[in-house]
Design a protein around this ligand. Structure first.
Ligand code: SAM
Length: 243
């Protein structure tokens, strides 16, 4: 069944009026007809089975016939602090990170980031949000991951609190993600920092360690930044998410 995220205020009781972007897709791209079933998600963790009741040029309206909590959200909230990279690589991380189970994306400006923009233009922000939303629909997420405004590494480190945090560093000796996370209570939130193409500077890693992050290795081979992000996110969720 096709899945669509909508604002909760699209619902009035059991009736849901789909916004024009989704209505267009249902009417003109998928060519669904009244009686067809879709899944609508309100981005609060609930999913609704909806039967289409009206499909025409004016509007597309459905009736919710079942409501259930979406079972597919990770049981741990993973915030990925990803150093900004060239557009296609960064977008790939947003899409695949959403599929894997990242909850928050924070674009990071570091010393060696090729892209140093702290202000993201509105068009780019909308494009990134669309990539994340479509990946969330495709991968059957219950909530759309949040895309935060870019932060400098210093800002991001200042915001770390009691939750555990990891920084992937190719010079880390021996501490794997599994070892870093074993023992102790399972956290409900965790931060993961991935550097840019040129890597983190040694003093950036020292600052992260001083802020309480553990520097972890992803193995003996050097991964491209976008590969490292997805491998590390998958390893963290493999260790902490209850399936
Ligand atoms: N310029 C660095 C070098 O040549 O050694 C490589 C940087 S790597 C392409 C980009 C980012 O991916 C790093 O900052 C780190 O966060 C992560 N990364 C890649 N391979 C890694 C590994 N084997 N262990 C830990 N982190 C790794």
């Amino acid at each position: 069944m096709h899945r669509f995220f909508v604002d909760p205020d699209c619902f009035v009781g059991d009736r849901v009026v789909l916004p024009e972007s989704i209505a267009h897709q249902i009417r003109s791209v998928l060519r669904l007809r009244p009686g067809a079933a879709i899944v609508v998600l309100d981005n609060t963790g609930w999913e609704y089975e909806v039967l289409l009741r009206q499909v025409d040029r004016q509007q597309v309206v459905g009736e919710a016939v079942a409501k259930r909590p979406c079972p597919n959200e990770p049981t741990v909230q993973l915030t990925l602090y990803q150093a900004l990279m060239k557009r296609d690589k960064f977008e790939w991380v947003l899409q695949k990170g959403t599929e894997i189970g990242v909850t928050h994306f924070v674009p990071l400006v570091t010393q060696r980031s090729l892209v140093q923009e702290v202000d993201i233009k509105e068009g780019k922000q909308l494009r990134w949000e669309k990539i994340i939303t479509e990946a969330a629909e495709q991968s059957r997420r219950g909530c759309i991951p949040t895309l935060h405004a870019p932060q400098t590494l210093a800002e991001a480190l200042a915001a770390q609190s009691a939750q555990p945090g990891l920084i992937a560093w190719e010079a880390a000796q021996g501490l794997t993600i599994r070892k870093a996370l074993e023992g102790g209570e399972r956290p409900s939130r965790i931060s993961l920092f991935i550097g840019p193409e040129g890597g983190f500077a040694a003093e950036e890693v020292a600052a992260a360690q001083a802020a309480g992050l553990q520097s972890v290795t992803l193995g003996k081979r050097i991964l491209r930044a976008e590969t490292a992000a997805l491998v590390a996110a998958a390893l963290v969720l493999h260790e902490l998410d209850v399936i």
